[in-house]
Design a protein around this ligand. Structure first.
Ligand code: AP5
Ligand code: MG
Length: 215
């Protein structure tokens, strides 16, 4: 099963992706996580991407298309994959279609998580991350031990782009550059919109209900 998680910053894409990985065993392909790993490791790609990410701007399409093309051709994607945070623009979506046509693995469903802006800001400003990719929230989803990741025992931290100014710009960028993809996938007949305001487990149960039709 090939799944795309879609929605604004803070909608819960990463949170649901992790639960889907545990449940179905498909790999999560989060372009944000790939870019952050490159920033941490100080690669050329990371150095170039950091300036965009810190401002809440999108990293240029050609960079992202290159990343996704390589990643989707890896062996573990053959059984299925979960896209999280890609595509963010129409050129990225067109490129994805060409790549998936080439490897013969089309997207089965686009899960669009709908959450209003006020709630998104609350989620993002309270988010805690771990370098293993796990994501928490200081109120709604705290780690069991204070500031310690439940999964790897590492110390959780706030993401560099989870600050007030950057968040406003990220929401703006989403509205202008990414939201048009809702119609793009609606026209293809593969978009399913979910109420992302509900609790994490309620959203996950709804997702499982939708995916049961594709298993
Ligand atoms: P990326 O890492 O993709 O960030 P984003 O889209 O801004 O999305 P987030 O990761 O902030 O939100 P999420 O939906 O994953 O929410 P989460 O599950 O963590 O991108 C970062 C940057 O990288 C971009 O700004 C750009 O610069 C660059 N980039 C990445 N991909 C790119 C691309 N394709 N093209 C160009 N540039 C790209 O949840 C948020 C919080 O809410 C957590 O604390 C969580 O615990 C909590 N929470 C989640 N669900 C619920 C719930 N149901 N109820 C209560 N709390 C919840
Ligand atoms: Mg995320």
């Amino acid at each position: 099963m090939n799944i795309m998680l879609f929605g604004p910053p803070g909608a819960g894409k990463g949170t649901q992706a992790k639960k889907l990985v545990d449940f179905y065993g498909f790999p999560q392909i989060s372009t944000g996580d790939i870019l952050r790993a490159n920033v941490r490791e100080g690669t050329e790609l990371g150095l170039a991407a950091k300036a965009y990410m810190d401002k809440g701007e999108l990293v240029p399409d050609d960079v992202l298309i290159g990343i996704i093309k390589n990643r989707l051709k890896e062996e573990d994607c053959k059984k299925g994959f979960i896209l999280d945070g890609y595509p963010r623009t129409v050129p990225q979506a067109d490129a994805l279609e060409a790549i998936l046509d080439e490897i013969g693995r089309p997207i089965d469903v686009v899960l669009n998580l709908e959450v209003h802006d006020e709630m998104l800001v609350g989620r993002i400003s309270g988010r805690l991350m771990c370098k293993c990719g796990a994501s928490y929230h200081i109120i709604s989803n705290p780690p069991k031990k204070d500031r310690i990741c439940d999964i790897c025992g590492g110390e959780v931290f706030q993401r560099a782009d989870d600050n007030a100014e950057t968040v406003d710009n990220r929401l703006d960028v989403y509205e202008k550059q990414t939201q048009p993809l809702i119609n793009y996938y609606k026209k293809k007949g593969i978009l399913v919109t979910l109420d992302g305001r509900r609790g994490i487990d309620v959203v996950f149960n709804n997702i499982k209900g939708i995916l049961a039709k594709f298993a």
